[in-house]
Write a protein that binds this ligand. Structure first.
Ligand code: XMP
Length: 506
């Protein structure tokens, strides 16, 4: 594996993504929590950082643990840090070193630069620059303005580059990373979804033995893939629990439960609709709704988990970005786990936790799901919030409003599917507005509610833009909803981006 030491750059995750895309397994570790350096480590990459090496509180690291024992690639801050601590000089740059530049000089005798064409475009993003390098360093690539674009420490497998190979604007960045991983570190590029599945199943078997595991399924990608992996490893010792909170899409509970059973999962569906709805009665505040739903879910799940005898583990679909978040460079203080609270926790939260996907990025989870033969209906599903339709019914929630929204939403989603738009948008859903407006149907005046349609394009949900659905499609959906859903006489389309709006209305 490759160890990426994170000095806090916004690009660190991207380095990991690129390494994984080259079928090499890697892990990100914060610079101040070093992992063990053993036989399995084939090389080390230093990330960039928002700090300058000249700052007093700049990230420091004990190089003696691995320097010159493992191949090392310093990127940006990482390169400057190595130069600075080896007796070179790093100064504030007098010219702007941001954005694109081209490599004018390349020393091709170095395998790091193999197959990188002259003039190759690279992406710079630094306020400091290496002005002088120590005796034992040699410059192996330069741009017009940055002499030390890349260096090598003679007689070692240590390299530094001041540009960012991980961003797509560095056109040959992936080639450079491949050169480092394959030629310099000797990695074999055999980390694939298939190999992941094989090794994960065997390590789960070793870890869990004959123990029983409970896992809550949500219908989403992560929990489904985690469940199938665990099922492959321990079969019926995995007990899945799928709770119907009454806030899912129309018919979704029955359909998803059915596909889980088809996949052979040992799954129990629990109808808790009334319990959720009665606890939500009269609550209008969105955060209050979330709290109630979270609490009731824990109660229902805990009851169900107690019915499994001698359970030892709680399975979870946690993925890598959640893990990185909680061990980030900013320190664990912000995300201290509530161990001191253990006394007050429901019993299932005291179980040991097994998280088979906690090394994977979202797209890798999908690939693993495909390898496992999981249906596209589950793998290609739009994200859906845990509190479900509760945060798409503005104001208080009643069974009647849920039913109306389910009907309208089903018409909307079906039309997206049949028109081929479902896979083109990142997330879509209908929203029930607590607004009544006047309409006319036949000779009758109506005074009914409004449904808003929302569809967005996004990569990670952090930012989003409204999808430009064709007018004809919107017209068809609007017609169908107004003609078929009693209680709705008006349909509107949300054309707000995030920011400043959010994807959900609550
Ligand atoms: P917003 O509305 O914040 O949503 O732009 C971003 C993404 O997060 C989902 N979302 C939630 N998911 N529990 C969840 O599990 C929640 O309380 C919640 N609120 C928003 C939302 O559907 C979108 O994908």
């Amino acid at each position: 594996k490759i160890i990426i030491l994170d000095f806090g750059s916004q690009y660190t995750q991207l380095i990991a993504r690129r390494v994984r895309e080259l079928n090499v397994y890697c892990e990100i570790h914060p610079f101040n929590h070093l992992p063990e350096f053993d036989q399995s480590v084939k090389g080390v990459i230093f990330s960039g950082s928002p700090f300058s090496v000249r700052q007093e509180d700049a990230p420091q690291i004990d190089l003696s643990l691995f320097h010159q024992q493992y191949p090392l690639l310093g990127v940006c801050y990482g390169a400057q840090y190595l130069a600075h601590t080896s007796g070179g000089e790093v100064i504030p740059s007098t010219i702007r070193e941001y954005g694109r530049a081209n490599l004018q000089y390349i020393d091709e005798t170095h395998s790091l630069l193999k197959n990188i064409p002259h003039d190759s475009q690279v992406w710079m993003s630094h306020g400091d620059t290496i002005s002088e390098i120590p005796e034992e360093f040699e410059v192996i690539a330069s741009t017009d303005t940055v002499k030390v674009a890349a260096y090598h420490i003679k007689g070692t497998k240590t390299y530094g580059i001041q540009f960012h190979p991980e961003v797509t604007h560095s056109t040959d960045g992936k080639q450079l990373l491949e050169n480092f991983l394959v030629d310099i570190c000797g990695c074999s590029q055999d980390w694939t979804p298939d190999s992941f599945v094989e090794s994960t199943i065997s390590s789960l078997r070793g870890k869990l033995g004959n123990d029983k595991v409970v896992l809550g399924l949500s219908g989403g990608v992560d929990s489904s893939v985690a469940a199938v992996l665990l099922h492959r490893a321990i079969g019926p010792n995995l007990h899945c629990i799928f709770v119907d909170n009454g806030l899912l899409r129309k018919d979704e509970f029955a359909q998803v439960l059915d596909s889980y059973k088809h996949m052979g999962l040992n799954v129990r569906g629990i109808n808790a609709k009334d319990r959720f709805l009665s606890q939500l009665a009269g609550i209008k505040d969105p955060e209050q709704k979330r709290k109630v739903i979270g609490r009731v879910f824990i109660e229902v799940f805990d009851d169900a988990a107690h019915e499994v005898q001698d359970v030892k583990w709680l399975g979870q679909g946690t993925i890598y970005p959640d893990v990185i978040e909680s061990v980030s460079v900013k320190g664990p203080s912000a995300t201290i786990k509530s161990h001191h609270n253990v006394g007050g926790l429901p019993d299932f939260m005291k179980l040991k936790v097994v998280e088979p996907l906690n090394t994977l990025f979202k797209d890798e989870v999908r690939k693993v799901g495909k390898t496992l033969g999981i249906d596209d209906v589950i793998l290609g599903r739009h994200p859906f919030p845990g509190p479900g339709l509760a945060i798409r019914i503005l104001g208080d929630i009643t069974a009647e409003k849920v039913a109306i929204l389910q009907e309208a939403d089903a018409i909307y989603i079906n039309n997206l599917k049949t028109s081929g738009w479902y896979d083109k948008v990142w997330q879509a859903g209908a929203i029930f507005l607590p607004v009544q407006s006047v309409g006319v149907m036949g000779d009758e005046r109506t005074y009914e509610n409004v449904i808003c349609l929302r569809a967005v394009g996004s990569v990670d949900g952090m930012t989003a833009d409204w999808s430009h659905l064709p007018y004809e499609l919107l017209a068809k959906i609007s017609n169908e909803i107004i003609n078929n859903v009693k209680g709705i006489n008006r349909v509107v389309y949300d054309i707000s981006s995030k920011p400043p709006a959010t994807i959900e209305w609550e």
